[in-house]
Design a protein around this ligand. Structure first.
Ligand code: FES
Length: 291
């Protein structure tokens, strides 16, 4: 079995099509005709804290009652690591912004082909597997004590969450779910609020990063100028995939959707340095400056 997928859409034909395409491809597929019923299904089957029974939820954005954005927010509260895929017709800028803040894995524009659905489902399951890898942090008593010290220093002050997260990230290097839960308990705020802030600000990261973080833009302006080739070259050179860190911890690799420098496309950002008009050869040259 490749992975467990829940499809949520008020159109019966979409649910049946997804089943027809994904089941023979090796996925276990459940369906729900509304967000409210899907949440009930999740509650009935939650195997533990922050762990849903599904690897991926594919949801329509426009549904009667609760829409896809509100539904995904609720899902994130239940399971911060679940992979989310959004089915869209003509999304507004606002809904795109909200969906990105919720860290969706990808969009499926309606109507989508069987091949695109299967490919997106595989990518989303893979994403889930990676996020479920054991946390690469020794969050032992010593680290917990230091973290508690940070929390105590800010507790009770207005707007204390962001400075606590900043200092926690400096201490641990990133903000995995265990750290977020510790902060939520210490500040007496919901885990969903902590997770919401961590997901919203690109400054915060839930994944460990290398000494130098390489971000390749795959937004439209960069994509049409061979950004995928640049990414492939960097993956080959560094021998890591997106979201991974090199064994020597020097480089980590990320892909992003628009860095706000489209005029310089294709763009690669290393730490805080923006490199424009990059090509696959130049991308490798850039790396040498950071080695
Ligand atoms: S699309 Fe790459 S910077 Fe905007």
């Amino acid at each position: 079995m490749k992975g467990k997928i829940l499809v949520v859409d008020d159109e019966e034909i979409v649910l049946r099509s997804c089943e027809r395409i994904l089941k023979p491809d090796g996925f276990e597929v459940s369906t729900s005709a509304s967000a409210a019923k899907a949440l009930e299904l999740l509650d009935e089957n939650m195997p533990g804290e922050n762990a849903s029974p599904f690897d991926v939820v594919i949801t329509d954005i426009k549904m009667p009652g609760m829409d896809g954005i509100e539904f995904m927010k609720r899902l994130r509260e239940k399971d911060p690591d679940i992979s989310l895929v959004l089915i869209t017709g003509y999304p507004s800028q606002e809904s795109i912004k909200q969906a990105l803040a919720l860290k969706i894995v990808d969009y499926l524009p309606k109507p989508f082909s069987p091949a695109l659905l299967a490919e997106t489902a595989e990518k989303a399951v893979e994403f889930r597997r990676k996020s479920r890898k054991p946390e690469a942090v020794d969050f032992g008593p010593e680290m917990a004590e230091k973290l508690t010290g940070i929390i105590e220093a800010h507790k009770g002050r207005p707007g204390s969450l962001i400075p606590v997260l900043q200092e926690a990230q400096e201490l641990v290097g990133f903000l995995p779910p265990a750290v977020q839960r510790h902060i939520a308990r210490g500040l007496n705020v919901p885990v969903s609020e902590v997770h919401g802030v961590v997901s919203f600000y690109s400054y915060f990261t839930m994944k460990p990063k290398g000494k130098h973080n390489v971000r390749v833009c795959l937004g439209t302006a960069c994509y049409v100028k061979r950004a995928e080739e640049i990414l492939a070259k960097l993956r080959e050179k560094l021998q890591i995939d997106i979201g991974e860190v090199t064994p020597d911890k020097i480089f980590s690799l990320e892909s992003v959707r628009c860095l706000g420098a489209c005029g310089l496309a294709p763009v690669v950002v290393v730490d805080k340095d923006t490199h424009g008009s990059v090509n696959p050869v130049k991308a490798l040259d850039i790396l040498t400056h950071y080695q």
